[in-house]
Write a protein that binds this ligand. Structure first.
Ligand SMILES: NC(=O)c1ccc[n+]([C@@H]2O[C@H](COP(=O)([O-])OP(=O)(O)OC[C@H]3O[C@@H](n4cnc5c(N)ncnc54)[C@H](OP(=O)(O)O)[C@@H]3O)[C@@H](O)[C@H]2O)c1
Length: 272
């Protein structure tokens, strides 16, 4: 992550949750020139105050940026592409974050456009995102490098084939919410077992962070780490048996499969 300098001017169409996470991460690590547009002026003024990004019209974002990150909901993509089509976007790199909208659809709406389709997650805000990226047919090597450079400043980057995008979305796009849910439920369990809310929060959150660092830094697989804390017939063993008997593995597979299937359905809906 360190050492990457983003030289290009970056523009955002849509300044919602994900755009803010990326802007936060980018401005955390360096000071690129960022323009942004949104339907809500108040939202733009708030982000300007916090991150110094410049409120702009869609036209200014497109004309005055080298790289345009389209961060609106999939349902708004067709409208936004219609607006961009009227402007001089040739030579600019467009980056789409919209779940379920294929490169084919974007290239159909914006013929000749250089497009990279990505799926980051909101951990961009703390520079710990992982961004899956797919390169469109008109994207040069240099543009691909620039796109990867932006997202490498806010975490890790993984180029992959487009047919794997729904699987990636199910794992790392939606994934943070799975860990948040597990964290919420463990907090609740801690309180029910007699801890105060504050005590449970310290214990649960630091355990999540510690386990994450162990997975990242110990050089051991998650399975090996699990075995190391599970003495036969001990406390962890008792808990893990309950997970296994309740079919946790199957539940997790079904959940990930549902997310991937929803991605496929969305792709069909938006393919028209
Ligand atoms: N949140 C995540 O964790 C995450 C992770 C990976 C990918 N994504 C993808 O990122 C995209 C954005 O998600 P989000 O959670 O950031 O959504 P969001 O918070 O709803 O942000 C989108 C923003 O864009 C605005 N907008 C819509 N159409 C516009 C237009 N024509 N011109 C200007 N602004 C416009 C929206 O305004 P309105 O509120 O008026 O609609 C909203 O403020 C989605 O496609 C999603 O699939 C999200």
């Amino acid at each position: 992550m360190g050492g990457i300098i983003v030289k290009e001017k970056i523009g955002f169409v849509g300044a919602g949750n994900l755009a803010e996470a990326i802007i936060k991460g980018l401005t955390n690590s360096q000071s690129p020139e960022i323009r942004m547009t949104d339907r809500f002026q108040d939202r733009l003024l708030k982000l300007q105050q916090i991150y110094g990004a410049i409120p702009a019209t869609l036209e200014q974002v497109v004309l005055e940026s080298d790289i345009i990150i389209i961060a609106v909901k999939p349902k708004d993509m067709v409208d936004v592409m219609g607006e961009i089509k009227k402007l001089a976007f040739a030579g600019k790199l467009l980056i789409s974050v919209a779940a379920g909208i294929s490169l084919g659809i974007i290239e159909k709406h914006l013929p000749g456009a250089a497009v990279v389709r990505i799926m980051p997650n909101t951990a961009c805000a703390v520079l710990e995102s992982v961004t899956g990226m797919v390169k469109g047919s008109q994207v040069s090597e240099e543009q691909a490098k620039s796109a990867a450079g932006i997202f490498a400043t806010v975490g890790k980057v993984l180029w992959l084939e487009e047919h794997k995008m729904n699987a990636l979305t199910a794992i790392s796009g939606s994934g943070p919410a799975y860990y948040y849910l597990f964290t919420e439920l463990l907090l609740k369990a801690g309180i029910e077992l007699g801890l105060s809310e504050e005590e449970a929060e310290i214990l649960v959150c630091q355990t999540l962070i510690g386990a994450g660092h162990m997975v990242a830094q110990s050089g051991k697989t998650p399975g090996r780490l699990r075995e190391e804390v599970t003495s036969p017939n001990g406390t962890t063993f008792a808990a893990l048996q309950v997970f296994t008997q309740a079919g946790l593995g199957e539940i997790i597979f079904k959940a990930a499969e549902a997310a991937a299937r929803r991605g496929e359905e969305m792709a069909k809906e938006y393919a028209g």
